[in-house]
Design a protein around this ligand. Structure first.
Ligand code: SAH
Length: 347
């Protein structure tokens, strides 16, 4: 991590950093509050900091602030998709969603992604770089400022594989849940992973009992390998064992995500196989009708097939929901907004 990115430092680290400059601890407390509670975007907004110190800090520690490049507003359910520019001009996508239980933000954890899932738009350009903790925090901060709405829930389900950027994601989680910062409850955070067993096990011991979602997408290794290259590296039983270990350590009910792809993983036989696979696991299955992307010829399952799939799981007493499609009128599958920005700008 870049040590001059002060927005990625926690309060204790900021105090230590300031101590080296001969600044008292209360200055660190003040600055931390301006950055992480009041969400200012410039040192000049820090009213209780003298002008000469504001100028010195600006030179030494330029603030990581995301710039809004574009946003798409749904008129039906209040969903807003944001395209943000990072300090190095790369762009990322984040989504604001309104639910009955509160406002939620879906953040990206990397610029692009290297996991290569066949149906995913974020996989197409590969991974450009990891996001810093400050860049993950600022997605939540800027969205609150731009929308004027308080955010209570976070899903780490945007572009990127969070466990491929493990340390920065952990730091982000500690900072966003910090009582001296945004103080978002761990109970209101979900992280989605393609399934990296050693990282799942390590995460179980971090003392951050958030909801973990596993992108399963298949009832067996053979189909999973067709959709997700990572399945060739770790077999499903290894991943599920690590996932169960997470449950044992944290007591958090597990979520399986299953994107339904027409003719590939959405048949009756697969539903039965899936039911058998998860039997006895305290879990919930989230069915996601695949969002077709133009670079691939995967199609969304027929609605009858989706209902049948759900019915078979229910008959086997498995908790299952079909993910509600948010922002259908601004439709752009995960990573599509960023992708179309790149397509336009490379012409
Ligand atoms: N890398 C993480 C999180 C990012 S993707 C992971 O793999 O879980 C969040 C979820 O959206 C994953 O379950 C992913 O497989 C799914 N997803 C990605 N593109 C999709 C698409 N076009 N249609 C449906 N689901 C998609």
């Amino acid at each position: 991590m870049d040590t001059f990115d002060i927005k990625s430092l926690n309060q204790t680290e900021l105090e230590q950093e300031f101590k080296l400059l001969g600044l008292p601890a209360y200055r660190a407390k003040q600055i931390y509050e301006w950055l992480h509670v009041k969400l200012v975007t410039d040192y000049d907004e820090m009213m209780n900091i003298p002008k000469n110190l504001r100028d010195a800090l600006r030179d030494k520690y330029p603030l990581t602030i995301l710039q809004e490049v574009d946003s798409l507003h749904s008129s039906t359910d209040g969903t807003i998709k944001y395209l943000f520019r990072l300090m190095d001009d790369r762009v990322i996508e984040s989504v604001f969603m309104k639910y009955h239980h509160g406002n939620s933000v879906c953040i990206s954890s990397q610029v692009g992604c290297k996991m290569g899932c066949r149906f995913c738009a974020s996989a197409i350009g590969g991974k450009e770089r990891d996001l810093l903790p400050s860049e993950m925090l600022d997605q939540v901060y800027r969205i609150q400022t731009l929308s004027g709405e308080r955010v209570s829930n976070i899903v780490i389900m945007g572009t990127g594989e969070p466990f491929d950027n493990y340390d920065n994601v952990i730091r982000f989680l500690r900072m966003i849940t910090d009582s001296g910062g945004q103080n978002i409850s761990v109970r209101n955070i979900t992280l989605s992973t393609c399934g990296i067993p050693d990282k799942i096990r390590a995460f179980a011991k971090e003392g951050l009992p958030i909801t973990l979602a596993l992108s399963l997408h298949a009832p067996n290794d053979e189909i999973r390998k067709q959709l997700m290259p990572v399945a060739a590296k770790y077999n499903m039983s290894e991943v599920i064992d690590a996932f169960i270990y997470y449950y044992e350590k944290t007591g958090r009910r597990l979520t399986f995500e299953y994107s339904l792809v027409d003719g590939i993983n959405d048949g009756e036989e697969q539903a039965k196989e899936l039911a058998k696979l998860v039997k006895g696991i305290n879990c919930h299955i989230n069915l996601i009708p695949v969002n077709p992307i133009k670079e691939r010829d995967y199609r969304k399952s027929e609605s009858q097939a989706i209902q049948k799939f759900k019915f078979i799981l229910e008959k086997n007493r498995i908790n299952v929901t079909i993910r509600r499609e948010m922002g259908a009128d601004i439709d752009a599958a995960c990573g599509q907004l960023r992708k179309s920005y790149h397509d336009k700008n490379s012409l």
